[in-house]
Design a protein around this ligand. Structure first.
Ligand code: SF4
Length: 256
């Protein structure tokens, strides 16, 4: 099985059907604006200059035609102005990859590969933390819940790479647009929760490998590689019965 991107895990937790779209890339204004900000942040830490990072963003903009350039520059600038308050950066754009043992109910018995790139590792007040920059406008409460599986995967990935158990923090760049405020949001969970979430990944993958086809249309479709409910096989059924998700009439139907 191809590796599951850590960034797909929040969608997997709301819709196991999304596992069928591992090959596809999420592409929309939100995703591309975020990618452009990430380019700027990476360049800032490599080149140590805001102007040089902005120049890199200008060049990279053609790679992200759907990005909102003004929003990206605004978010990047606020990040660049404030980021020194949050300790020192030891790694940026660090690739992680690890395997999870299959769940006992997994019929394939194949390991699960998780891969991704964590934004940065910082040491602040003697505490090592993986920090993930989020560029959306959702509240920090929403982000903390929604992105928990992704952040936990970065924490676990860094543990596998370094042997150390890091904390995790969300950097919410959109705080810039609401007139300032706090950018730096440590997550409220401990290491046991990270392990619980990895266990939940094993179970969800096993359910899909068992053939369970449950798909749940909702806000999360926006971040699904299928690109929206109209593109996934559940969406194809929507054509027949407008807006009606298929309803299983028996437990066997779920496994068809
Ligand atoms: S588009 Fe929505 S319903 Fe379809 S697989 Fe993706 S998350 Fe599930």
């Amino acid at each position: 099985m191809k590796g599951i991107r850590a960034s797909l895990l929040p969608t997997l937790f709301t819709c196991i059907r999304s596992l069928d779209y591992l090959e596809d890339k999420v592409s929309n204004e939100y995703a591309e604006t975020g990618s452009l900000i990430h380019c700027g942040i990476e360049a800032l830490h490599k080149l140590k200059s805001i102007d040089s990072a902005l120049a890199v963003m200008a060049v990279k903009q053609s790679d992200y035609p759907e990005a909102n350039g003004a929003k990206a520059v605004h978010g990047f600038r606020r990040y660049a102005e404030e980021q020194q308050q949050w300790g020192s950066v030891s790694e940026t754009e660090y690739p992680i990859a690890f395997t999870l043992a299959p769940s006992p109910i997994d019929p394939t018995k194949e390991e699960i590969v998780i891969e991704g790139t964590l934004d940065q590792v910082r040491v602040a007040n003697g505490i090592e933390t993986v920090a993930d920059a989020k560029t959306g406008s959702k509240s920090i409460k929403w982000m903390t819940r929604h992105y928990a599986p992704q952040l936990a995967a970065y924490q676990y990935g860094w543990f596998v790479a370094s042997g150390r158990k890091p904390h995790a923090t969300i950097i919410r760049t959109q705080d810039a647009l609401s007139g300032g405020g706090k950018f730096w949001h440590p997550v409220p969970w401990g290491w046991d929760t990270v392990l619980d979430i990895m266990d939940a990944v094993r179970t969800l993958v096993a359910l899909r490998r068992l053939g369970l086809k449950i798909a749940t249309g909702g806000d999360h479709c926006e971040w699904c590689p299928a690109g929206g409910i109209e593109n996934c096989s559940i969406g194809a059924k929507k054509e027949k019965g407008k807006y009606a998700l298929p309803v299983a009439t028996s437990i066997e139907d779920l496994f068809k």
